[in-house]
Ligand binder design. Structure first.
Ligand code: AQP
Length: 340
């Protein structure tokens, strides 16, 4: 069968499940802005249906969704250039997810490391939605026939599963309907780690606020968190090899490189030999200079939640012009009887 060709289109999403942090910014949002600048069609989503796979207080969910939207806008997502939506307003995501629940195999889902990490020994108590999360994520991507998905390193396995689902659907129904989406994992900080433990990723759901830098943290809080970040007693090395076996030091250097648009080698060429007592204040200044304008703009945008809701409503309308025909064709391929 001839390989179908798909127009390049970018999709990615973030959960409104808490405060946006530096990992989300460097691993995802920065890339979103870069991809928007390439002129390719870009769709960015607040994945509220994913957020409720673990309990969310309704008022907090609504607040987090608007705050996340403000974060996207403040970081440079332009709602005229990109389609900006919250997932629940585009029902085709959930409708395609059901089809994919019937395509994905239990064994595939059981291999997902994020599910295993999140539930630990408590799998019996996890929601069915948390287990099915990667099938909904596949639907989020494929309902747009997205060809590229900018994500942090932690989402690589889920994008691979998306390709498996697309391939099985295409094979089972004898079509070349869904594309083989590529993950785009780029930059010096594709996996920002906790400031308290270099073996754990920086995460919204970490109970310790000191483990992460939130986008809305003020300058004093950012400086304090970086000052208290776990490190080792040695000076910074002059080359990247010297960061092996030093996860906390590597993390701070990666963050510096990510924020300053440098490679790790460039940072170490400048900083090699410095003690953390000297490097940490430099990192704090850099973080504040990059994040303060974003948080100031977020605060301004959040003063007018009605405008945020209008942007999301208009995004949903534009999104559905793409998703409704793709869902209709999927139903037709599967054999669902509908209006002719
Ligand atoms: N620490 C990180 N480093 C680099 N990228 C990261 N991302 C998340 N954490 C890091 C990227 O941000 C995007 C959105 O992620 P998400 O919030 O939807 O889900 P997540 O990966 O589960 O993020 P959290 O913070 O860990 O949320 P909770 O704690 O709620 O599970 C993705 O592209 C992700 O790769």
């Amino acid at each position: 069968m001839a390989e179908a060709s798909f127009t390049p289109r970018v999709f990615s999403g973030i959960q409104p499940s808490g405060d946006l942090h530096l990992g989300n910014y460097l691993g995802a949002i920065r890339r979103f802005v870069e991809m928007q600048a390439t002129g390719v069609e870009t769709v960015y989503c607040m994945v509220d249906l994913h957020a409720i796979t673990v309990w969310q207080d309704p008022a907090d969910l609504a607040r987090s969704t608007r705050t996340l939207c403000a974060g996207f806008l403040a970081a440079g997502i332009d709602p005229e250039k990109s389609i900006l939506i919250n997932q629940s307003q585009v029902p085709e995501h959930a409708q395609l997810a059901w089809i994919f629940n019937c395509v994905a195999r239990m064994g595939w889902m059981q291999r997902m490391t994020q599910f295993k990490d999140k539930v630990g020994k408590n799998a019996q108590n996890a929601s069915l939605g948390l287990f099915a999360y990667p099938a909904l994520m596949a639907a989020d991507i494929l309902i747009y026939h997205a060809t590229h998905v900018p994500v942090g390193e932690d989402q690589k396995q889920h994008v691979e599963l998306t390709r498996d689902i697309a391939a099985k659907f295409n094979h089972d129904y004898g079509v070349e309907f869904f594309p083989m989406t590529k993950p785009v994992i780029e930059g010096a900080a594709t996996r920002v780690m906790s400031l308290r433990d270099g073996a754990k990723k920086m995460s919204k759901s970490d109970p310790s606020d000191a483990s992460r830098i939130n986008m809305m943290d003020d300058a004093g809080t950012i400086a304090k968190k970086i000052r208290r970040a776990k490190t080792d007693p040695d000076a910074l090395p002059s080359e990247a090899d010297g960061l092996e076996e030093r996860p906390e030091a590597r993390n701070l250097v990666n963050i510096y490189a990510g924020l300053n648009d440098q490679t790790v080698d460039q940072v170490l060429a400048e900083m090699g030999g410095r003690q953390f007592s000297e490097f940490k204040p430099m990192l704090a200044d850099l973080a504040v200079s990059k994040l303060a304008p974003i948080s100031t703009e977020m605060t301004r945008l959040l003063d007018d939640p009605g405008e945020i809701d209008r942007i999301l409503a208009s995004g949903a309308q534009r999104a559905r012009a793409i998703t409704a025909p793709i869902l209709a064709r999927t139903y037709e391929i599967v054999g669902m009887v509908g209006p002719v």
